[in-house]
Design a protein around this ligand. Structure first.
Ligand SMILES: C[S@@+](CC[C@H](N)C(=O)[O-])C[C@H]1O[C@@H](n2cnc3c(N)ncnc32)[C@H](O)[C@@H]1O
Length: 264
């Protein structure tokens, strides 16, 4: 079980947060009851993931590099702690657009109890909103941003969300079948916001998106389109996924695409 957010957990304990064998943070503080049986993908109890380095980097000790942004989604005030230290600790325009889309379409998307995985979750706004809308969320990212991600999820979902979200390391293209075996993991939705920009992992990103999708999975990818490379990725995306443009935000140049993995 890789869900670990406990209502008893205080943010000051995050530095020492223990990990479950599958590489997820076990957030229950010493002496605090641990939430069991909520959220997280099924069947992952046997998976042994590597330790997650870097957790301490994002515990808010250097307060001058941190700021807080406030949002209102799903009828809740959401406070997201951001840091100037990493791309992954700032809310990007695709995230707010995707949150708006999820909020406006939550019933038709049937998010209640849906199994959702977010890739490149960054500071976690999308995962927070999906959780508040009733989904069972696993938020993933590179190891060194997971501490801040975990902090934001905890702060905004405890005592508010029906299913407490999980946090897991997922490095695009790395050990996918070992860490997220298709036989054990099924997601109704895979969410991704602003994961396409100038970086060297676009092919691995696409392979990761494909790996996480099975028949019935809907991928929702929100992105601010800036460069020709963004459109090149979209062309490759269309080769792998049946693609529908489901929303457009001209003021921010964000587009949201729905992708259904092509089979056969
Ligand atoms: C531009 S930020 C977007 C963050 C968040 N989704 C948002 O829209 O606010 C891109 C995210 O992708 C993550 N990322 C970048 N390269 C990655 C990789 N190779 N594997 C996993 N995550 C990666 C970053 O850590 C970061 O959180």
């Amino acid at each position: 079980m890789d869900v670990c957010l406990s209502s008893e957990q205080q943010t000051t304990h995050l530095q020492e947060a223990p990990r479950t064998p599958d590489g997820c943070f076990a957030l229950a503080a010493e002496g605090a009851p641990r939430e069991e049986g909520t959220g997280g993908p099924p069947g992952d109890a046997t998976e042994a993931g590597p330790p997650l380095p870097g957790l301490q980097q994002f515990v808010p000790t250097d307060y001058e590099s941190y700021t807080q942004e406030h949002y209102l989604f799903a009828g809740a005030k959401i406070v997201i702690q951001e840091s100037i230290e990493s791309y992954g600790a700032v809310v990007w325009p695709g995230a707010t657009a995707l949150c708006q889309y999820l909020e406006e379409h939550s019933e038709e998307l049937n998010l209640q109890d849906a199994k959702v995985l977010e890739i490149g979750a960054g500071p976690g706004l999308v995962s927070v909103v999906a959780s508040l809308l009733g989904a069972q969320v696993t938020a993933t990212d590179l190891p060194d941003v997971l501490g801040n991600l975990q902090y934001n999820l905890l702060k905004n979902t405890v005592n508010r969300a029906a299913h407490l979200p999980a946090v897991r390391e997922l490095v695009w293209g790395e050990s996918l079948e070992q860490r997220f075996p298709r036989s054990a993991f099924y997601y109704d939705y895979v969410l991704a916001s602003d994961v396409v920009y100038h970086h060297y992992f676009l092919d691995k990103l696409l392979a990761t998106m494909a790996h996480l999708c099975q028949p019935g999975t809907v991928l929702l990818w929100a992105n601010k389109f800036r460069f020709s490379t963004d459109y090149e990725f979209l062309d490759k995306f269309k080769q792998v996924f049946d693609t529908t443009l489901v929303a457009e935000f001209p003021e921010s140049s964000v587009k949201i695409f729905q992708g259904i993995l092509k089979w056969g």
